[in-house]
Design a protein around this ligand. Structure first.
Ligand code: PMP
Length: 344
């Protein structure tokens, strides 16, 4: 008798159910237990697979997306890759407006997945016609039968994480989680996950990670949109120069800011202490966790989950390049692994 073939029907069936892994050496001496949720285990190597899949399927259900439609979005790279992947499988065109701050690797990856990419200047205001928000809006108006995903203002961004990331973490920790540490960009990940977790246990403390140069922390604390907080920084996907609707500030207990330099070093530390090759914002989240530990946030009963949004391979020409690190003036930025030239 023939055995049944054990295979998924297509790549989209691998989205979600990402592993939780215990952190050991980087958190040595910290009270409590620490676990990382590895979103790089999604097939598109980031948490954005969840929202791309969820939003597109919701749009299909409600009849907004039809065969031959075009999917349009602004993206720092990861959402674009995920949308391109979902579009390929489902037969949609994919157009992406990206920031010039995005790495060359990311742009080439998007094009490999069949997307048409518009590269827009990073350091212009959101209402400038050259900004990636305005370019995407214009393309949406000009392209018949298109949808604009608009992840910063799309409620399904939060709902995707409420439906998947939150329940997964609750189940994986057997309900023992006491703290969630998660980066905030659109805010979809932290808001959706936190909303689900707080419904199960309102005492779970939700800590958002923000960048110096972003408005989120100050807005959370004062309700004020302070443009003085805005200046260029290097971490992609973390923090914002506007207040996204996809952030539910009421489920976040506090924000903590991290620097470009410390986040980059902590990402490298994750490699050589935990063997986890993660992205820049994973370094940022881990850096925030370190700062929280220094502030004595945790005790022996703490069961802390930190979300690592994507994979290190997306940052080869940035934080994993010694040259890039030196060019930024990030000191002591050599890899711990050695390199030797064999003479020919
Ligand atoms: N890390 C990376 C690498 C990202 O691309 C993003 C999304 N922009 C985030 C973190 C933040 O996730 P969210 O948008 O759900 O807040």
């Amino acid at each position: 008798m023939k055995q049944e073939i054990q295979a998924f029907n297509n790549i989209l069936e691998l989205i979600g159910k990402t592993p939780l892994v215990r952190l050991n050496r980087l958190t040595a001496g910290f009270p409590g237990e620490y676990y990382a949720k590895l979103e790089a285990f999604n097939p598109g190597h980031s948490s954005k697979d969840r929202i791309a899949h969820f939003i597109i399927e919701e749009a299909e259900r409600s009849g907004i997306l039809k065969p031959g439609s075009t999917v349009i979005e602004t993206t720092s790279g990861n959402t674009g890759f995920s949308l391109a992947m979902v579009s390929i499988i489902k037969g949609y065109e994919c157009i992406l407006a990206v920031s010039s701050k995005s790495s060359r690797d990311k742009i080439d990856m998007l094009r490999s997945m069949g997307a048409k990419v518009y590269i827009c200047p990073a350091h212009v205001s959101a209402d400038d016609p050259r900004s990636y928000y305005q370019v995407a809006k214009r393309l949406h108006q000009e392209t018949q039968n298109s949808i604009y995903i608009n992840q910063y203002f799309n409620d399904f961004n939060i709902k995707a994480h409420y439906a998947t990331t939150g329940p997964e973490i609750w189940e994986q920790t057997g309900g023992q989680i006491t703290h969630l540490v998660a980066c905030s960009g659109t805010g979809g990940t932290i808001s959706g996950t936190a909303r689900y977790l707080k419904e199960q246990n309102p005492d779970i403390r939700i800590i958002g990670v923000d960048a110096y140069g972003s408005v989120l922390k100050k807005y959370h604390e004062t309700g004020e949109f302070d443009t003085e907080e805005i200046y260029p920084y290097r971490i992609e996907g973390l923090g914002k120069n506007l207040i996204p609707d996809a952030t539910d500030f009421t489920v976040i207990d506090e924000f903590i800011k991290v620097t470009d330099e410390e986040s980059a070093h902590t990402a490298r530390e994750l490699c050589h202490k935990e063997g986890i090759f993660a992205g820049y914002t994973s370094g940022a989240a881990m850096q925030a966790l370190k700062q929280l530990q220094e502030d004595k946030t945790f005790d022996a009963n703490s069961r802390v989950v930190v979300i690592f949004p994507d994979h290190g391979s997306r940052y080869m020409s940035k934080i994993y390049s010694d040259k890039w690190m030196e060019d930024q003036g990030f000191f002591d930025s050599k890899h711990v692994g050695e390199e030797q030239q064999i003479q020919v």
